[in-house]
Design a protein around this ligand. Structure first.
Ligand code: FES
Length: 127
């Protein structure tokens, strides 16, 4: 069902865990399958994502997608990170079965939720 790259990343995902001192956290839960992805980001003063990690409870595709999602946003600006879509995640994974299109979309939502959380915290700080 899955290609060898997806299986490899699923078995050895990168950036698993919690970022100490994270200033953005995005947690999304699928209303469709109940799977959960949480992404933690640490954004530097000059707006670069220095660290990103994830925790997930889900199918192999969601774990692999979350790993790639974290990988894709490390070293990026917030503007660049928001452009890391599920299509990009699928591209890096070398494709996913059609019925699993939902899983990378959940990872994309988690990135957006983490960025939103960061922006909200930043706004509060500036008030
Ligand atoms: Fe739920 Fe993959 S089936 S995220």
């Amino acid at each position: 069902m899955y290609n060898s790259k997806v299986l490899e990343i699923f078995k050895n995902p990168k950036n698993v865990g919690i970022v100490k001192g994270a200033n953005g956290v995005g947690k999304v839960e699928s209303s469709f399958c109940g799977d959960i992805i949480k992404i933690y980001i640490k954004v530097s003063e000059d707006g670069i994502i220095e660290e990103a990690k994830f925790k997930a409870f889900g199918c192999p595709a969601s774990i692999a997608a979350a790993s790639v999602a974290a990988e894709l946003i490390i070293g990026k600006t917030l503007e660049e990170a928001v452009m890391q879509t599920s299509a990009k995640i699928v591209e890096v994974l070398g494709g996913l079965p059609e019925e699993k299109a939902y899983c990378p979309a959940l990872a994309e939502e988690a990135i957006k939720a983490a960025l939103e959380d960061y922006n909200k915290k930043k706004e509060k700080e500036q008030k």
